[in-house]
Design a protein around this ligand. Structure first.
Ligand code: ZN
Ligand code: ZN
Ligand code: ZN
Length: 356
């Protein structure tokens, strides 16, 4: 490989964030020219070493002490050595982001609104060494486009994570406050990879009409009722004892709790006042949180439908309690990366995020 006498990123365009000169044969005495608004970072084997600021630099063992030390440790001794030089721009950039996020689960039915969002951020590189380690070392970027994509992905991940902490009531009541919190998180996290976020602008947050309705007391009650009706409709007719017991227990529990909440003075009749434990089948008072006999939670359980006989079973069941055939787990989307997973998985198969 020819020995390079002079390195310069003089073809940098306004949109270029960084440029990597791979596999350079340099020598002590080669020149590295760094323009205003640039840094040059010495990079080798995935590690970032010395950084040059603007100016015309002649390489000596004194001005690249970190790389020289690393070469010595590798027993690379002599005037000529190979390394990479990554030039990094110090200019301000504008990057777009956008996607779908889910709000925190709310209410009795654990409703999660699917929010759309889009916007842009103004950023610059603040710590060129951290930046080069993260993008060229850890992520293997080689072009400005790679970097832009990584930054967009990074921002989207943070936005999705942060929205998952906010209840739909708060999001509807004050979108600006929520996006301000999201922006703060982005800023902190970006600093850890050498980026300075100058501004994060959410141009739009799309809250579905259904979510706006849910965020009112009346709307929430209506949706809970609807949910209840749907789950009750799924109950098997004249199914086996296990199926009927489980289904009825849940149906009655939901019905009475809600009935009470909406009409506190009205009694709902003797026979329905009991709640069957989905675990042991014993009778409990409506409103009890745990079974008096076996101690299991009496909270409503999400259900899946048996593909063979149509019985509704708690989501956790692997086989149908009515006909014994294997239950098909429901498909759910990962709240982080939106990949489809089976509801029986604990973690997302794509990104490893906890599914719940
Ligand atoms: Zn029990
Ligand atoms: Zn079945
Ligand atoms: Zn995922």
């Amino acid at each position: 490989m020819p020995i390079i006498e002079k390195v310069a990123w003089d073809f940098a365009g306004d949109e270029d964030i960084a440029y990597r000169f791979p596999n350079l044969s340099l020598k002590y005495g080669s020149q590295v020219i760094v323009k205003e608004n640039q840094w040059a970072v010495f990079f080798r084997d995935g590690k970032a070493y010395d950084v040059f600021g603007p100016g015309r630099h002649t390489i000596t063992s004194n001005n690249i002490p970190l790389l020289t030390g690393a070469l010595k440790a590798l027993r690379i001794i002599g005037d000529v050595f190979s390394c990479e030089v990554v030039y990094v721009s110090n200019s301000q950039f504008r990057g777009k982001f956008g996607g779908q996020a889910y709000s925190a689960p709310s209410g009795a039915i654990q409703y999660q609104a699917e929010l759309g969002y889009y916007g842009y951020l103004l950023y610059k590189i603040e710590d060129p060494k951290l930046f080069v380690i993260e993008f060229f070392g850890n992520k293997g970027a080689s072009t400005s486009t790679d970097i832009e994509n990584y930054i967009r992905g990074f921002i989207n991940e943070r936005v999705i994570d942060e929205f998952a902490n906010h209840d739909i009531f708060n999001v509807v009541k004050n979108v600006d406050e929520t996006t301000d919190k999201v922006s703060l998180i982005i800023k902190d996290e970006a600093a850890r990879i050498g980026l300075k976020i100058i501004d994060t602008v959410f141009e739009g947050v799309k809250i579905p009409e259904e979510a706006r309705r849910f965020a009112t007391t009346m709307g929430q009650q209506a949706m809970t009722m609807q949910y209840m009706k749907e789950t009750t409709a799924e109950l098997p007719e004249g199914g086996g004892a296990a199926g009927a017991g489980v289904g009825a227990g849940i149906g009655i529990a939901l019905g009475n709790t809600l009935g009470k909440a909406m009409q506190p003075s009205q009694s709902s009749g003797g026979a329905q006042q009991v709640l069957l434990c989905p675990n042991c089948g014993s009778q409990n008072n409506v409103g009890a949180k745990f079974c008096g006999n076996c101690g299991k939670s009496l909270a409503p359980v999400a259900k899946i439908i048996c593909p063979k006989c149509g019985a509704a079973m708690p989501e956790s069941m692997k086989f149908c309690g009515n006909c014994g055939s294997p239950m098909k787990p429901k498909k759910i989307n990962c709240p982080k990366c939106n990949t489809e997973n089976l509801s029986t998985n604990k973690f997302c198969g794509n990104c490893g995020n906890k599914l719940e």
